[in-house]
Write a protein that binds this ligand. Structure first.
Ligand code: ATP
Length: 233
């Protein structure tokens, strides 16, 4: 398998607290993978390390054989769980900001996505609802021509209608040769789009599997399995 992402024996410690324990996994091209875990299991920390926004305490990460650093940031588009945009901006300013910052940002794709999302370039970001803001952040992240997209809780805290819209946009605008890693604990809404899932519990990977194989093997939906595994958390 050609690997897009390689995570090798990564640990992360904050002060005296170890939040990731010897994590290893790989993702191939053209996959949508779910990074699933309950609150505090280490999903955001893992994504920040892959995005190069924090350093592992041990181990190594590479994207398309490029060790995580300045160069790998050009290959990875990251939608963090908190917006990168400033509240004073209008949606159009956010597009300009992205174009100035990232040479691979595609303004045409962003405009098509904004239409799909029923978002106007003239809207002030501070006036957007949480669901609309999530739509904007997803638009900005997916409008880069990256090889790996990472979306941290893209449907967190939004209503079911907005969730469906966000997931439909993801399927509509996803480039099929790229790879997407999506963190969430809201599994039932989103499991239909995953090719594979990674379960992370207390900073350790406890399962990494193809979704179809897992459903066949266990005779359960991913959501049912998730609820079983995290029942005691
Ligand atoms: N900068 C930090 N300093 C100290 N502890 C941190 C820091 N960032 C995260 N943690 C701790 O690391 C653990 C994992 O947090 P993380 O945000 O990665 O989990 P998560 O799975 O994304 O959770 P959630 O679903 O709640 O966002 C938590 O116990 C958190 O308190």
């Amino acid at each position: 398998m050609d690997s897009i992402l390689q995570v090798r024996q990564v640990s992360k410690t904050y002060g005296s607290r170890q939040v990731l324990h010897n994590v290893s996994f790989e993702l191939g091209p053209g996959k949508i993978a779910g990074l699933l875990g309950s609150n505090g299991s280490g999903k955001s920390t893992m994504m920040k390390l892959i995005a190069g926004l924090a350093q592992p305490s041990a181990g190594s990460i590479s994207v398309l054989d490029t060790p995580v650093g300045e160069e790998s940031k050009l290959l990875v588009s990251f939608m963090p769980d908190r917006p990168l945009t400033e509240k004073w901006m209008k949606v159009g300013d956010a597009l300009k900001f992205m174009r100035d910052f990232y040479p691979d940002f595609d303004p045409e794709k962003a405009r098509r996505m904004l239409d799909f999302m029923t978002l106007s370039e003239k809207s002030k970001i501070s006036s957007l609802s949480k669901g609309m803001n999530e739509r904007l952040q997803l638009t900005l992240a997916l409008s880069r021509r990256a090889r790996l997209y990472m979306l941290d809780e893209p449907i967190g805290g939004v209503d079911p209608v907005a969730r469906t819209k966000i997931l439909n946009a993801l399927m509509e605008f996803y480039e099929e040769d790229s790879t997407i890693l999506i963190s969430t604990h809201l599994v039932s809404d989103i499991e239909r789009i995953f090719d594979e899932v990674i379960f992370i519990k207390e900073g350790e990977i406890i399962l990494h599997s193809d979704v179809e194989e897992l459903r066949l093997q266990r005779g359960k939906s991913i959501d049912e399995l998730f609820r079983e595994v995290y029942a005691e958390c």
